[in-house]
Design a protein around this ligand. Structure first.
Ligand code: GUN
Length: 281
């Protein structure tokens, strides 16, 4: 069994982004800029945004965080996004999800300029991803693809089971894998007999937020298991969606939690933002 080390790969990606930032500064006098919009007081969202801001600072980006109370109106959020769309120093706009219940998330995401959509959530970019055109792609699935590349994991013709069908993770993950010629099965909360699907998979990618969902008897020998779940248990510890202790001995490769996919999400956000800055017109 080999661990896929997301932490060290993320720092490798971060270093190459830093070098690209330096080059953009010297050759074009461009400093990549990221605007993060954070609404409300969800502790997990605050923690993620703090990590994103810190990473931006580390690679030399200009970054601003708009923190708004959860009583803010949808129109005020839209006005802030439109301001960022028009701001020439901002290359990327990220609205941290989830949003408060009174806000229509789909509507908000559609307001972001697709050329500044570094989260890859806008329908324009999702459509381009599905048709295999150049697009901004959601950071977490993009980070998983970067892991496959780094560890030279072949995808063509492989049976991949994606567990979870969210817009943020499962659907873009499935599209990327299909684009890479894998045979993709997408399972979700209404799937009957999840085990029958995971057992056939050469590669399992799971991101649903259920600790211990993937058990030893659901994974075939020598499978590759990518765990996107990040769950905080009552004792404060972080675990994924896979019963790591029991499943890992059966795997050829597996990602740990923490230190697996998590750090890659932020690394790919940096990479998407530098891509946006390079595309400045
Ligand atoms: N909430 C959970 N994951 C993400 C993400 O990748 N991007 C944003 N904007 N919000 C999230």
């Amino acid at each position: 069994m080999q661990l896929i080390d997301g932490k060290s790969l993320a720092s490798k990606v971060q270093s190459s982004v830093s070098a690209e930032v330096e080059q953009l500064k010297q050759e074009k006098n461009i400093v990549p800029g990221l605007a993060v919009i954070l609404i409300g007081d969800d502790p997990a969202s605050h923690a993620y945004v703090k990590m994103k801001a810190k990473a931006c600072e580390k690679v030399g980006f200009y970054s601003i965080t708009h923190h708004m109370p959860d009583t803010i109106s949808q129109d005020e959020i839209i006005a802030t996004i439109e301001m960022m769309n028009a701001n020439p120093r901002i290359d990327g706009i990220l609205v941290q999800l989830p949003l408060p219940k009174h806000v229509d998330t789909d509507k908000i995401l559609e307001v972001i300029d697709p050329n500044k959509d570094v989260d890859g959530f806008h329908a324009y970019n999702v459509g381009r991803l599905v048709t295999k055109l150049d697009a901004f792609v959601a950071c977490t699935p993009l980070g998983v693809m970067r892991m496959f590349e780094e560890y030279k994991i072949e995808l063509k013709g492989q049976n991949v089971c994606v567990v979870g069908a969210s817009n943020i993770v499962g659907k873009p993950m499935a599209a990327l894998l299909l684009n890479a010629d894998a045979t993709v099965t997408v399972t979700h909360i209404h799937t009957k007999d999840l085990k029958s699907h995971t057992l056939r998979a050469d590669i399992i990618v799971v991101g649903v937020g259920v600790p211990g969902l993937i058990k030893e008897d659901m994974v075939k020998e020598d499978a590759i298991v990518i765990d996107i779940g990040i769950n905080r248990l009552e004792d404060g510890s972080l675990v994924g969606d896979v019963d790591f202790a029991k499943v890992s001995p059966k795997c050829s490769y597996i990602t740990p939690v923490p230190g697996g996919v998590g750090p890659m999400t932020i690394a790919m956000l940096l990479s998407n933002t530098v891509k946006a800055a390079k595309g400045r017109v």
